[in-house]
Design a protein around this ligand. Structure first.
Ligand SMILES: Cc1cc2nc3c(=O)[nH]c(=O)nc-3n(C[C@H](O)[C@H](O)[C@H](O)COP(=O)(O)OP(=O)(O)OC[C@H]3O[C@@H](n4cnc5c(N)ncnc54)[C@H](O)[C@@H]3O)c2cc1C
Length: 1072
């Protein structure tokens, strides 16, 4: 199926505010190089990795990807790591499997000390598909100069207690040490912005949590500086998540020592919130430290996590990470850092991520050594790594798992077995999307949390505001509150505000793809005609749907209103049974993503998570998704997971009154707990079989009822030989309703999700394998149908498509998630009585009882990544309960006077004199190089426009005029995004002759840019060569003096150097 240009465009949160200029830069993604220069070493490694992902599909490209991963995995991770955890003696592998540790050891000779920028750089290329690494070859030289001090694990003074003590912290760090010197400021800013976007944070504004923390301490003008520091810290993390970002390293992102406390607080907020330093990361080994604590026996609390699915394991890993990170604070309150215990009812880990071993083996090796041949019973697809998916860090950055990028091209086969004509399929899909768009007008209007924005232009340029302002954010907020805010989250949305509107559906996940716009601006008839449908005789473009009655019904659901829209459409266009089969295929796809028939979905909240989709290819892990929970279980050290511990009773303390809490298992085992985190699936909670003492309050029970929990099932079929089109990863099959000629939408309900979507899983299982989905009503039917009947029906469907010779499978697996005692269904959905904040209410703790799991993540429910995010959130909540909130020193941004005092204190007692000498020496080397050579040449900016961009500028007004045709009353003027889509359509429809002048202009600009880059490459290489020579000469003439006598001789001199390193003098203040 052809994909529209619109569908290919990445989603930008700020598109609603996009002016023409931003629009242009947004559209620059159509440029062939996407602003990357493959001639730079960083970009080269990118294309060797990222591009191979995007071109996956050709066998060779896949091989490149997999072999590079394989190599890493082979050399660093023993293959038995990812075998079934229950058969494995995890302790025996624990020391050898830790990638982070190996990395640190190999780069630092076993001593965790300096963290060269180059170490971070090494991972950046493997993880970030859309980010290039434009660091020059000089990075390795500059790395030392940019290496921060004070991140040694043992450097207690600089760790842990920034906000604990009333006395201000001293930082043995220089400003800017974590900012590479050899990057153009704009390029550095771009990397920081991309890092924030890869971390689910808006680079240009505060997260609600940051706002709450900082509103009393920062002015609006200071927000920009804060954001630059925060984005810089995120950049350090995303560049190499094998190494945690230490606090001193984060502090080095500040350009001015007055902002050190801010950077430190920001670091703590990012760590606690699970934005940095999460996943399979090496931790401080607390055992030795605990032993050192002599004297009276110290208290050690226990955090018990119920459930070893992604949420539970991710949470356990995070709690362990956080208590290690803040170990000093526990000791300061007389406790040892808490221990973590995970109780799991099954005899395996992973929960709904379950890669079941197949019995069939290929006759020759098809997967990389050590990979298993498995059927994905539950979670299977990673829905894009880019723009914030934390699994990017875990899967690609830390565990280095091989994966296959799915090709979204689909053939849909009709019930007769014939492929459906592409145009017809597209018409049906677009009509389906238009109806969804109409129904979306009745979605809940959600209130936006308070935040503060930085200055976008300054953030883009990596600069700070010249003025700092004097009114704190809270003061501004208070003055704004004099005008009442009437936002009611329960109000159904009826106005003209820019919303995220569905423009296409994802065939791999069933989720609608949204873009900023205004809901359904055109009449139903106009839209149908625009899509390509023939209007019935006598129907004019003013003909429209009237859904008000259907919406007002007490029992209105997404399905009831959608069905009504279809009924009314039959008066506008002539549907055939094929059209309805096609439209219902898309309905089935939507039901798949919700694990329920759309007749049970909330009208106001059915796509609550809309707009939070990741970007990038959808992928499947080769050898099984369960390697991810296994990685979380075992890397870097095995978690304390007790399998076959089915929890029957939870005694908790709802008032945090320190009443002893405990968990009782079905086998009689009792586990004492100070904090309990339940990741028990919603389906199990709904059964009400687990006793809570005291009983859960009414508000919690209410939400457990209101959020729905549906069923999706799968059938996995293994064959000797593939008989399907191996160049495709998915195909669809249309099903007839019981009366195959019916034009009644209601008749399509029972059959549309039966064997409707097929995945070719041969690449990830290593065997010729098909996996077919049973969605909507069909998922429930599967629960009560025998395997034989299901396999026979699947074979019959395949025979209609591929001919009578289709054999029976040699192995098959049918899931029945509804009957699974530890899940009781597949995943959550928004039920008919759903209220907008139900997921937050579901997540809300009760005393010392906390909640995690996909059903507690309103931004990404029903997914593996949502489950993981919920685990990070719950860990953060438990830490806050244990240690209290982050303490912010006042004033947070130091005044100039206090700075001088702090500086002189720091100078009097440098924490690491040798380190300080090394850095002073390094600065001397750099000063000498700069004095002789000046700045390294900047890489020319990629200024050439693409032809489409130039066309869009010229045709903007015409597109706007066309958008105004066929508009529904009250829909106002077209917004830029509508116009943009119209321009895109016009460009697609334009003839080669019309495109020619734009292509020629673009080509000329491209040629001149290439020439400029070539010139830059020569100049930069010359500069690097000469810089290296000057360095060698300098080192020969002024060898580094490391002995204390040397220090005595030059103390005065060195003191001067330290001052120059700290001060905002012209020499140290590199223009950024
Ligand atoms: C068929 C299917 C397909 C899916 N496809 C995708 C997909 O393609 N992409 C995607 O992102 N997501 C997908 N999902 C959703 C995803 O798998 C889940 O959202 C996610 O795995 C849930 O993780 P969790 O940790 O919240 O819950 P679970 O993984 O269910 O973990 C909960 C754990 O608690 C344990 N437990 C339950 N009761 C007790 C008890 N009484 N005592 C002790 N332990 C107990 C369970 O055994 C389980 O291990 C799919 C799910 C299914 C079922």
């Amino acid at each position: 199926m052809a994909t529209t240009m619109d569908a290919q465009m990445p989603q930008h949160d700020d598109l609603s505010l996009m002016g023409l200029q931003e629009l242009d830069s947004h559209l620059s993604i159509f440029e062939p190089s996407h602003g990357r220069d493959s001639s730079t070493p960083g970009a080269m490694s990118n294309s060797a990795y990222g591009d191979s992902v995007s071109t996956v599909g050709t066998p060779s490209a896949t091989n490149v990807l997999e072999s590079s991963r394989k190599q890493w995995a082979k050399s660093n991770v023993p293959n038995n790591l990812f075998f079934d955890g229950k058969d494995m003696h995890s302790s025996s592998i624990s020391r050898s499997v830790n990638p982070a540790e190996l990395h640190i050891k190999s780069t630092l000779g076993g001593k965790v000390h300096l963290r060269p920028e180059s170490a971070r750089q090494s991972m950046a290329s493997s993880m970030i598909t859309d980010l290039d690494d434009a660091s020059s070859s000089l990075s390795s030289i500059s790395s030392k100069a940019t290496s921060p001090t004070g991140f040694d694990n043992t450097s207690k003074g600089s760790r842990n207690s920034a906000s604990m003590s009333s006395k201000r912290q001293q930082f043995d760090v220089r400003p800017k040490v974590s900012i590479p010197m050899d990057l153009a400021p704009v390029e550095y800013a771009r990397q920081c912005i991309a890092a924030a976007e890869s971390s689910r944070l808006n680079p240009y504004s505060l997260h609600a949590g940051e706002y709450a923390l900082l509103r009393r301490h920062l002015t609006r003008q200071q927000v920009t500086t804060y954001l630059n520091i925060r984005n810089g810290i995120l950049r350090l993390w995303t560049r190499n998540p094998l190494i945690g970002v230490m606090r001193d390293e984060a502090v080095g992102c500040a350009k001015d020592p007055r902002w050190f406390d801010v950077a430190s607080i920001c670091h703590e907020w990012l760590v606690r919130g699970g934005y940095i330093n999460y996943g399979c990361l090496e931790l401080r080994d607390l055992t030795a430290e605990n032993k050192k604590q002599r004297g009276a026996k110290r208290m050690q609390k226990t955090v018990v996590i119920i459930g070893a699915g992604i949420a539970g394991l991710g949470c356990a890993r995070q709690v362990e990470g956080l208590v290690a990170e803040f170990a000093g604070r526990f000791r300061a309150i007389g406790e040892d850092p808490p221990q973590v215990v995970v109780l799991e009812g099954r005899d395996r880990i992973g929960g709904r991520v379950y890669s079941r071993a197949l019995n069939t083996r290929p006759s020759y090796p098809t997967l990389c050594y050590g990979s298993r041949h498995t059927a994905e019973m539950g979670g299977m697809i990673i829905t894009g790594f880019d723009r914030g998916n934390p699994l990017n860090i875990v899967v690609r950055g830390q565990l280095a798992l091989p994966y296959h990028a799915l090709r979204s091209e689909t053939t849909i086969y009709d019930a007769t077995g014939k492929p459906v004509d592409n145009h017809r399929d597209l018409c049906a899909e677009q009509l389906f999307n238009y109806i969804l768009d109409r129904v979306s007008e009745y979605k809940f209007k959600l209130s936006t949390p308070a935040t503060a924005e930085g200055d976008k232009d300054l953030v883009d340029a990596g600069r700070e505001s010249a003025v700092e302002g004097s009114r704190m954010l809270i003061e501004e907020e208070q003055s704004r509150q004099s005008t009442p805010n009437g936002t009611n989250p329960n109000v159904l949305q009826q106005d003209n505000a820019v919303q995220m509107v569905p423009v296409s559906s994802n065939r791999l996940t069933g989720r609608a793809h949204l873009e900023p716009g205004i809901h359904a601006v055109h009449t139903a008839a106009y839209k149908a005609r625009e899509i390509g449908w023939l209007l019935r005789a006598g129907v004019g473009i003013e003909n429209d749907l009237d859904l008000e009655n259907a919406v007002r019904s007490k029992y209105a659901t997404l399905g009831s209103v959608f069905d009504e829209a279809i009924r009314q459409y039959t008066r506008i266009v002539d549907f055939t049974p094929l059209d309805l089969r096609l439209i219902n295929w898309h309905v089935a796809n939507l039901e798949y993503s919700n694990a329920i028939s759309y007749n049970k979905l909330s009208l106001g909240g059915w796509d609550l998570d809309a707009g939070n989709e990741w970007e990038g290819k959808h992928t499947m892990i080769t050898g099984g998704y369960q390697q991810v929970p296994r990685g979380l279980l075992n890397c870097p050290r095995p978690l304390n997971v007790r399998r076959r511990s089915k929890v029957a009773k939870i005694v908790y303390d709802p008032n945090k009154a320190h009443v002893p809490s405990r968990i009782e298992c079905e086998d009689g085992t009792v586990v004492e707990a100070d904090y309990i985190i339940s990741s028990i699936p919603l389906g199990v909670l709904k059964q009400d079989n687990i006793e809570f003492q005291p009983p859960l309050p009414g508000w919690k029970k209410g939400v457990i009822q209101r959020i729905g929990y549906g069923v999706l099932n799968k059938v996995v079929l293994v064959y000797n030989e593939p008989f399907w089109d191996e160049t495709r990863d998915i195909f669809g099959t249309l099903r007839n309703p019981p009366d195959r000629f019916s034009l009644d939408q209601a008749h399509y309900f029972s059959q549309r999700g039966r064997f409707f979507q097929w995945f070719n899983c041969s690449k990830t299982t290593g065997l010729p394998t098909l996996l077919v989905l049973m969605a909507g009503d069909a998922a429930f039917q599967t629960e009560n149908t025998s395997d034989e009947a299901i396999v026979a029906e699947a074979t019959a469907v395949l025979k209609t498509v591929f001919g009578p010779l289709v054999p029976l499978p040699i192995e098959s697996v049918v899931t029945r998630w509804g009957q699974d005692e530890f899940s009781k269904g597949s995943y959550s959905y928004t039920g008919p009585n759903f209220q907008p904040d139900d997921y937050e209410v579901m997540a809300r703790p009760i005393g010392n009882l906390f909640f995690a799991g996909e059903h507690t993540c309103g931004t990404h429910p029903a997914t593996v990544h949502g489950a993981y995010i919920s685990g990070l959130r719950a860990a953060s909540e438990v830490l806050e309960t244990m240690l209290g909130p982050i303490k912010v020193p006042e004033p947070l941004v130091l005044l100039k006077d206090s700075l001088s005092k702090r500086k002189s204190e720091a100078l009097q007692s440098p924490q690491n004199p040798k380190q300080a000498r090394l850095e002073a020496y390094e600065i001397d080397v750099w000063n000498t190089i700069w004095l002789k050579l000046g700045d390294r040449p900047w890489k020319p900016e990629n200024r050439y426009a693409n032809p489409y961009r130039m066309y869009s500028k010229d045709m903007w007004e015409e597109a706007k005029r066309r958008c105004e045709e066929g508009r529904r009353p009250g829909k106002g003027k077209p917004i830029p995004n509508e116009v943009k889509k119209m321009v895109t359509k016009m460009w697609k429809d334009a003839t080669e002759e019309e495109k020619k002048p734009y292509n020629e202009r673009a080509e000329a600009q491209k040629v001149s840019h290439i020439a400029a880059v070539a010139e830059y490459n020569v100049d930069a290489a010359k500069w690097d060569r000469e810089a290296a020579e000057i360095r060698t000469q300098y080192v020969a003439e002024h060898p580094f003096v490391s002995d204390p006598e040397g220090e005595n001789l030059t103390r005065k001199q060195r003191k001067a150097k330290r001052v120059s390193g700290y001060a905002e003098d012209s020499a140290s203040n590199m223009e950024v």
